[in-house]
Design a protein around this ligand. Sequence first.
Ligand code: FES
Length: 58
Amino acid sequence: MAGVEFEFMKDGPMIVKKNGKMEFALCRCGHSMKKPFCSGAHAENGFKADSGKLELKD
Ligand code: FES
């Protein structure tokens, strides 16, 4: 899974990227209307979470 990154947005979803290109955003707040993907609902429900990044290498 080289070239895959998981970027945790502050107070928002986890962005999955492959070779630097965004593939999709997964909900972390539990309130999405289109789970497992982020619907933007996190902005309305006061979700708080730290940012971070995880990169898979060879
Ligand atoms: S993180 Fe965006 S709707 Fe849950």
